[in-house]
Design a protein around this ligand. Structure first.
Ligand code: IVH
Length: 680
């Protein structure tokens, strides 16, 4: 970029960041996610780092904090409510360590690690054991009095619990001193108000039902609820609270003790929080929590790592608005901003034309993303995305990244509008958009792109699962005429592969061995691999279970297919048409002649027959879907609500209202462990 362009880009970024800062921090109505916002700030900081002459005092990189709203009474914080410096990776964490080690060189540092909850920080002041003032952080020195709203949160005790003498003694504190402060003095606790993912989903379902706009995320919904002038609104929001900071000196010497005391005082604390002896333990803890992140009942955006010993923490002091003794060790953002280089069309196995954004490579959550799906023509129009645009890309789990939003203000003059093609870009054949469908389809069954995708599908993980046979190798095999149809994979010999670029004796033998191994395949995988339209993993399973063998499925009429639980008219028709097709019949015969062994599904155990289960809360060892499948496979039923007909309620972590209902109806409640034993 030329200097003039850098200057322009910086100016545009500043306006954009400031706009989103206002929406997020002042109005609690963000239009983009935190990580997307972080990503814009990152770009700005990087440019300012290279061209420091363009840094202005009003740049978002030069400021911290916000302002209290005028509509609440102001509350001064006796001890400022600080914020935390962010670190995003091991290197930055090490830099922080090196910095503080210089200031406190005489000490061997041990740490305390806890979840960084994506919520809203509040301070709670108790006078003589009773909650007197609850306030927001505000600008760190002066916050807003939101006591009445906070009182609606069940997890916040209205009066403190007096810790037991034995508890206090066990960590070497003076029970008389603690008792006196709790009973007669002033005690301040800080923590995070937040909304669980389940509560957030529920509230959004309700919004949807009433035809109202849905909320953007749990964090802002929680913050918005606390900033409501009417406490009745907050009361309806089902908010939660976790305490993480005991401000008052009760004689505690480290942060770990603070968490214990907070628990004894009657606060909910983070159960994952723990002392971490060294940086290796910090990194292991980070890995562990990152892994668990999606399974937690509430959203977290990283860890808070503090120097455990309070004395050293205080000695380290404050830099700007953040204490030096702690950092927010963030998890990689799941969203980022990047530029769309081009919009291209991919033709799928079923002929669907999918527009895809080719992106300037960007790291999202630890993976480099170069493409994002744009789904269909309507979605392109809805997003108004053009080649040249800066977009927000989201990556969630294993799914294909998505374009969430176009940052229109950053659009360059030479952006290019996308026109959906009238013909298949691969075979040139006709494309059609059926009434009521969003997708255009290439209707040429012999389209090479469709055929190739079908081969990828055949060998894929959920299909024949031929290890080592990715799309690139399939391409090579097809391009060199070695594979024309799926049966050809099983006819490959090492000598054929040796003709191809990139294969040597070992790799060729390995692949042929891998193909051989895959010849033993479950009926469900076999059906899935055929790539029959409307037959995915789930339906393939149902068909396998119902028919038990391929012959039964092949000879079934449409009527019988429709009888299979979970198979609809469209799927039944599609199966019938597929097996009647001459080429497909030939393919099946050819596959069977390659000594493929199709394994019938195991007989269903009827252990849970006639029993109805309801699941509530988060299960630790298996997902809800897995649990449901287990119950159904064993002949049981799963219901979403508790009634007199329910036999068992399986209660996981943070169970919902179903638990209370079960108790009141006298329905048996079992733990996950008991359930697993039952379903062994
Ligand atoms: S300790 C000096 N512990 O993160 C600030 N903060 O980025 C001490 N947060 O304003 C904060 N979970 O809203 C701390 N376990 C936790 C936290 C936590 C979330 C939030 C809090 C704070 C922000 C700082």
């Amino acid at each position: 970029m030329e200097k003039r362009e850098v200057k322009e880009r910086i100016a545009k970024l500043k306006t954009e960041i400031n706009h989103h800062r206002y929406l997020y921090h002042v109005l609690d109505k963000p239009e983009i996610s935190d990580s997307a916002w972080d990503s814009l700030k990152h770009e700005l900081a990087e440019l300012e780092g290279k061209f420091s002459e363009f840094i202005t005092p009003d740049s978002p990189t030069q400021r911290v904090g916000g302002q209290p709203l005028p509509s609440f009474n102001k509350v001064g914080h006796k001890v400022p409510m600080l914020s935390l410096e962010d670190v995003f990776n091991a290197e930055e964490f090490e830099d922080w360590l090196a910095r503080i080690s210089k200031i406190a060189p005489q000490n061997k540092l041990s740490f305390f690690g806890e979840l960084k909850i994506d919520g809203f920080a509040v301070s709670l002041v108790y006078q003589k054991g009773v909650l007197s003032t609850g306030s927001t952080r505000g600008d760190g020195r002066v916050g807003e009095d939101v006591t009445e709203n906070l009182k609606t949160i069940e997890a916040i005790p209205l009066s403190l619990r007096q810790p037991q003498t034995s508890e206090i003694k066990s960590i070497g504190l003076d029970p008389a001193k603690v008792g006196k402060i709790v009973d007669l003095g002033e005690l301040e606790v800080r923590g995070e108000v937040f909304m669980t993912k389940a509560a957030f989903e529920k509230i959004n379902q309700e919004q949807k039902r009433m035809g109202l706009a849905e909320y953007a995320n749990p964090r802002n919904t929680a913050a918005g609820s606390i900033r409501q002038l009417d406490p009745a609104v907050a009361a309806k929001r089902n908010l939660s609270f976790l305490a993480y900071d005991l401000v008052t000196d009760l004689g505690q010497t480290d942060h770990a003790q603070e968490h214990l005391v907070l628990g004894w005082l009657g606060f909910k604390t983070d159960k994952y929080a723990q002392e971490l002896k060294d940086k290796k333990s910090v990194s292991d803890f980070w890995d562990k929590i990152k892994e668990k992140r999606n399974k937690l009942a509430w959203e977290i955006d990283g860890l808070v790592i503090s120097v455990n010993k309070n004395k050293i923490y205080t000695q380290l002091g404050v830099a700007g608005k953040a204490p030096r003794g702690a950092v927010a060790f963030k998890f990689p953002g799941q969203e980022s901003t990047t530029c769309v280089k081009d919009i291209i069309i991919q033709v799928g196995r079923t002929g669907v034309l999918t527009p895809v954004a080719a992106l300037e490579p960007v790291d999202i959550g630890g993976a480099t993303v170069t493409r994002a799906t744009l789904h269909n023509e309507d979605e392109i129009k809805r997003l108004d995305v053009r080649a040249g645009d800066t977009v927000i890309v989201q990556r969630a789990g294993d799914v294909i990244p998505d374009v969430v939003k176009v940052l229109i203000n950053l659009r360059p003059k030479n952006s290019r509008l996308f026109v959906f093609p009238k013909n298949c870009p691969v075979c040139g054949g006709e494309v059609k958009r059926s009434a009521g469908e969003a997708a255009y389809k290439c209707i040429n069954k012999k389209c090479p792109a469709r055929h190739r995708e079908g081969l990828y599908h055949f060998v894929s993980k959920k299909g024949f699962n031929i290890v080592g046979l990715g799309s690139e190798i399939v391409d090579k095999l097809v391009d060199n005429g070695l594979v024309k149809n799926p049966a050809d994979f099983f006819k490959l010999e090492p000598k054929n592969l040796l003709e191809l670029e990139g294969f040597a004796e070992i790799s060729a033998n390995k692949l042929v061995e891998s193909v051989k191994k895959s010849k033993k395949v479950s009926l469900a995988r076999f059906i899935y691999a055929l790539g029959i339209i409307h037959i995915g993993e789930e339906t393939a399973n149902l068909l396998a279970m119902y028919f038990g063998n391929l012959k039964g499925l092949m000879s079934a009429g449409e009527d019988e297919l429709q009888k299979v639980p979970g198979i609809g008219d469209k799927a039944a028709q599609s199966i019938k048409i597929w097996f009647e097709n001459k080429d497909n019949k030939r393919l099946i015969a050819e596959l069977l002649s390659c000594q493929i062994i199709i394994q019938s599904p195991p007989k269903i155990s009827k252990k849970l027959a006639g029993k109805t289960f309801v699941l509530t809360g988060t299960l630790e060892s298996l997902s809800r879907d897995d649990a449901k499948e287990k119950i159904r496979l064993m002949g049981g039923d799963v219901s979403s609500s508790v009634s007199k007909e329910t036999d068992y309620v399986v209660a996981g972590e943070n169970p919902g209202s179903k638990l209370g209902k079960a108790q009141s109806l006298g329905v048996k409640i079992i733990s996950e462990k008991e359930f697993l034993r039952m379903a062994e």
